[in-house]
Design a binder for this molecule. Structure first.
Ligand code: GP9
Ligand code: MN
Length: 624
């Protein structure tokens, strides 16, 4: 661009100063984790790109206004950065609009505000002072640009923005659709663009909520009364009354791991024995029903017995809704509730969602000691995770409900080979080849956890539930998967691969058995409440107790696949569930009614979430 009088335009100076300051803040104060060189590059580019975006607008203003604009935007921008810094020091998270206006956060912040302000923070305003000095009238010449320079300056804005977004998508595909984590967003697009994104999401969610009134809820209530009916009680009702519940969410664990062998060695020897035990109910045909929200979707399903959304993660999009969640119900029944997960607390927006649905405590990564010895892959290894959790578990008031979310068996399933106790598989997919080793590690960690629970005196009085959260091996690896299973993976096989372990272990029960009926994550909440003898007859839930005889005859997966006792509808094909053969010509309509029923349920669930309909329903007045 042609510079007037060969002076660097003021907006460029402002960009450089502000951009570099923001980079230093991201890199050294916000403590954003950098995992690879591309992330480092993006982290350097994005503060410059967003500063440029804001400051370059000024080229279209008259010189005096331009000076004012630069002064005030650098000031306001710094204040936004600083507020985020204060918030981060308290919550290790970035501000989101709903959270900012959530009473307890704001009051948390004001009560601790003086401890959060450091005297060195003043340096953050250095560039603002410089810009103010440089934006006095006598420096007007730094603002004078020719028409073509203005156009060029604006074109650079779009180039920088496009470059930043492309790099971010390369580094983290589907970043904007899945919104994994605020830290990722800030790392990739910067704090200002993140705020822009957050406001758009917020406006969208608010609009959908505004148009909902109470009328839909009575139709849904009618549907549930007729088709779900949570009233039926079996003789297992109250079997585990008053016991602690230890719920273990097994990262990326699929059923095919159970009983599998690599070079003659069992992948999951501990879980294999556990599922055969007389103290364990093992549901062989249990499906995950998650979508883009992955682990968070599986958490949402078990906590609410509602379906996750088809797009995005409900933990992000509708974390402020009114829910009637498992932890909340358990709390009303005298339980202490907590979550253990050695990851960043804002991942999947868990900090916000957990707070809303009433968990008493979230033991996040700051509760654990992590070092190079005990962490690999996504962080703290599962063995150390459980071992370090015991001291907290022992201190909890009983009865408690504690959810543990493992991490070792996470894509790309890489681990130090000296810690692997089973060979890799041999196929064209590195992912599948590694998968067995990390799954084995998790299996060993569960075995150790059981031992630790026994030593802590917590085992006998607890029910231990184990569940796979979602698939680990995606369709992308179908060839390798086909090699492992010795058959081609079509729509039917793919659906059957969505089965994940589900076991309820009740120490000392001795009368448990294996179950063949189809069930899914949607059924977990009513099943647990049933075993604990907690009446949930007024609950609006799509799942049913898995033990009862008279159950709904279909299971809806979130991608439109439907599993029924006799058929599986997948990939626009209707298969027999037992043989996996497509139904005979002329009989294709066998799946039709299941398809319709599943679609209707998913739509009802979506409207509950989008319309935040539980605000119109009083659960407590419906109890028997
Ligand atoms: C992250 C962990 C994994 O905290 O739960 O999430 P995923 O990628 O499986 O959804
Ligand atoms: Mn997961």
């Amino acid at each position: 661009m042609q510079l007037n009088k060969r002076k660097l335009p003021l907006f460029v100076i402002a960009t450089i100063l502000f951009g570099i300051k923001t980079y230093i803040l991201y890199r050294f104060i916000f403590d954003l984790s950098i995992e690879n060189p591309l992330q480092e590059i993006i982290l350097f580019i994005n503060p410059l790109a967003s500063a440029y975006l804001v400051f370059a607008i000024s080229v279209w203003l008259k010189p005096n206004r331009q000076l004012k604009y630069l002064r005030w935007t650098s000031m306001i921008g710094t204040v936004v950065l600083y507020l985020n810094l204060l918030f981060y020091r308290n919550f290790t998270d970035f501000i989101t609009i709903p959270v900012l206006f959530q009473g307890n956060n704001a009051s948390d912040l004001t009560s601790s505000i003086f401890t959060l302000i450091h005297s060195t923070d003043l340096f953050l305003f250095t560039d603002v002072v410089l810009i103010w000095l440089l934006s006095r009238k006598k420096y007007r010449m730094y603002t004078e640009l020719s028409g073509s320079s203005r156009i060029a300056a604006t074109a650079v804005t779009f180039l920088l923005l496009a470059g930043n977004i492309t790099l971010a998508e390369v580094e983290r595909p589907m970043l904007f659709v899945r919104t994994f984590d605020r830290e990722y967003l800030v790392k990739n697009i910067g704090i200002f663009n993140y705020h822009l994104y957050d406001s758009t999401m917020q406006t969208k969610t608010k609009a959908q909520r505004v148009f909902a009134d109470g009328t839909e809820i009575s139709e849904i209530e009618g549907y549930m009364d007729e088709n779900v009916n949570t009233n039926e009680k079996t003789d297992l009702y109250g079997l585990a009354k008053g016991k602690n519940v230890i719920f273990v969410s097994l990262e990326s664990f699929q059923n095919f791991l159970l009983d599998s062998k690599i070079n003659g060695k069992e992948t999951t020897p501990f879980l294999n024995d556990l599922k055969e035990s007389k103290d364990t109910f093992w549901f062989k045909n249990f499906y995950h029903q998650t979508a883009q929200g992955k682990t968070s979707d599986s958490e949402f399903l078990i906590e609410n017995s509602l379906y996750p959304l088809g797009r995005g993660a409900v933990y992000f999009t509708n974390a402020q809704n009114e829910y009637h969640s498992l932890p909340e119900i358990l709390k009303e029944n005298n339980y202490y509730t907590s979550v253990f997960h050695a990851n960043n607390r804002s991942f999947w927006n868990r900090d916000v969602m957990y707070n809303n649905i009433g968990y008493d405590h979230f033991y996040d990564e700051t509760s654990f000691v992590e070092n190079s010895e005990n962490s690999f892959g996504w962080g703290l290894d599962d063995k150390d995770f459980f071992a370090q959790s015991i001291k907290y578990l022992k201190k909890q008031k009983q009865p408690f409900y504690s959810k543990f979310i493992t991490l070792t068996n996470h894509f790309p399933f890489e681990m130090p080979q000296d810690k692997a106790n089973i060979d890799q598989f041999d196929s064209g997919s590195e992912t599948l080849n590694h998968y067995f080793q990390t799954a084995r590690y998790t299996d060993e960690s569960i075995e150790e956890f059981f031992q630790e629970l026994k030593e802590a005196g917590l085992y006998q009085n607890s029910v231990i539930v184990l569940m796979g959260d979602h698939y680990g091996i995606s369709e992308f690896h179908n060839n390798a998967m086909g090699k492992f299973l010795g058959k081609d993976i079509n729509g039917y096989e793919h659906t059957q691969l969505q089965r994940v372990p589900f076991m309820i272990h009740i120490p000392g029960y001795h009368k448990a058995s294996q179950k063949n009926n189809i069930a899914g994550q949607i059924d977990v909440k009513p099943t647990l409440l049933h075993l604990l003898g907690i009446d949930n007859s007024g609950d609006l839930a799509f799942g049913q107790d898995m033990f009862r005889q008279n159950r709904k005859d279909f299971l809806a997966l979130r991608d439109g696949t439907v599993v029924s006792d006799d058929y599986i509808y997948a990939d626009s094909t209707c298969y027999h569930r037992d043989t996996g053969k497509p139904v005979a010509e002329g009989k294709e309509s066998s799946c039709e009614s299941y398809k319709d029923k599943a679609k209707k349920e998913l739509e009802y669930s979506d409207s509950i979430i989008y319309g935040d309909l539980f605000r119109f329903y009083d659960f407590h007045s419906k109890l028997n």
